[in-house]
Each structure stands twice: as C-alpha cells, then as structure tokens.
Design a protein around this ligand. Sequence first.
Ligand SMILES: Cc1ncc(COP(=O)(O)O)c(C=O)c1O
Length: 324
Amino acid sequence: MSFTGTGKVWMNGKIVDWADASIHIASHVIHYGSAVFEGLRCYQTQQGSAFFRLDAHMRRLYDSARIYRMDYGLDRDAFTRAVVETVQANGLEACYIRPVLYRGYHTLGINPLPCPVEGTIIVWQWDAYLGTNALEQGVDVCVSSWTRSAPNTFPAMAKSVANYANSSLIKMEAVLGGYTEGIALDSNGRLSEGSGQNLFLVRDDVIYTPPIASSVLPGITRDSVLALAQDLGLQVREQELPREMIYVADEAFFAGTAVEITPIRSVDRITIGSGKRGPVTAAVQQAFFDYVTGATPDRHGWLTPVEIPGMRREKAPEVVLRKA
Ligand SMILES: Cc1ncc(COP(=O)(O)O)c(C=O)c1O
C-alpha cells in the first residue's frame, strides 16, 4: 500500500494538508522512539460509517501514555472528538486511523520529560494488510528467531513505537525467508504473537490464545474474538502455549485491526490442519465481519456511528465473507 499523498492530517489541534504534516528532525521521538499510538478502523456498515471499538482504542492509547509518563494537553474525550473530526475532514466512508502521541522538539538527551507531548491523527484507506487472498486462503508463517521483549524490559501492554523495532525484526526475517508473517515466542519460549497481530489456535473445537502475560499487546480484536467466540458457544482458553502446540493445532489464525481475522495455513512449512481455513476460523471470521459491517445487531455496543459529509448510503455494503 502506498499513500496517495492527499487528504488531511490533524496536528495538535489543527487540520492541515497531508503535505504539510511535518515535524522537526530534532524532535525527541525521532531519536529515542518516544511515541505511543493506536490503529483503529472506521467501517462502512449497512447503517453508514462507524468506528469499531473507538472507546477501547482511545482508552488503550491513554493507558500507553500513562505507562510512558506522557501527559497530553487534551483529555481522552477531546482527543476522541478530534479522531471523529479528522475522519469527517477526509470524507472517507471506511478508513484506518492512526492517532499518535509523541515527544516533540525541545532538547535532545535521553530524558524525554522536558520535551512536549504532541498529538497527531492520520487516516488512510488500508485494505487487506496481508494480501487480498489472505482472508480466505490463509498465510504461511514462521516462528521467528527473535523473541518478544522479556518482562520488565519494554512494557508489552503499551502500544509504543519502540516495541515495533522488535516487530520490524520479526517481520523482515519472515519476509526475507519467504513467509508472510512471523510469530514470536516470549522470553520463556511460549507462543506470544505476530509482529502486529494476536495469535489464536483451535484444537478439538476449543480456541486457545496466549495470555496477556506472554508479552502480547492486549489486542482489541483479540478481546472481540474472545467475546464473539463465546457468543457462538465456543470454548475459549487464555493460557500459556508451548511452541509445538501450533504445529498440532487443527486451525490457527491471526487477529488484529490491520489483519482483521486471517487464517494461518502453515507454520515453518508444517501444514496446519487441512491447510485450509477451518470451520471455527470461518465462524469467527464471519461473526467478526457481520459485526463490523452492521449485518448483526451491535449487541456489545462496539460501533460508534459517524456522519461523513457528502456520503449517502445508496445500498448496503455486501457482507464480505457470506459465502465462506
Ligand atoms: C504487536 C501487536 N499485537 C497485536 C495487535 C492487535 O491489536 P488490535 O486488535 O488492538 O489491533 C497489534 C495491532 O495493533 C500489534 O501491533
């Protein structure tokens, strides 16, 4: 995906043109990775555009900022309103939204505290993150030689840009090795998560996912999957998982805002189950897409409708995976 180079960016209270959304090279964030961010989606639903789990994402952003002692001048409600305004200013019916809080320009030295906390919001259209066939066919992945950060090093619960140095190592190793994604183990050698998505396995119709203490980001899609699986009457277990559990799983899938629900068809060239999207993955995927497109009622209160100027719903969008 490359940017179109157009659109509007929110920068510290002002909406500016895409081309003007720049910061000084001496900003603390450039040198020391001092930023926290979110990634969320606004979907085109049958009732109009709607954010998926806006409150949960903004809560996690402010939790990340708290962990890193970043006090932003706008409180969570005001920054949430800015997210809505930015999506409206861009006039996109469906988009991916990236709110960021970062340490700006003041002095350079490791101590971030003297540097101002600044905020920005970027939006763009981001379709299938792992390729167009991934949602149906699944992806081939490897277990990375890089592990996730050990406890009490980089806080995994914070969505800090610094964590993505580790994610980049995992992703590059996977891509250069001919895989679509990499799965990292935690520092105890247990399954953790992908470079930018949480991991789920299915064995004997039970869904398993590593617990938060296995160095995973507390994913909002992960949380949604756990709830939707329960709605479907499926058993879910959050527990530590040995690496080999994934090789003997009947099914495996990734969950995240970017990947949505993407099946995994092989790990380290070992075929998972039948090598096709399995029935449990298909059911969860269907429940997820039905939810985000408004085909099923918003029984958990996860959708926040947003009026996009100039958009009129002529016809309901198709539910993406109805045929699965
Ligand atoms: C490392 C990592 N794990 C998991 C996730 C999934 O989180 P969410 O479902 O909130 O997008 C992401 C995506 O932000 C991520 O970067």
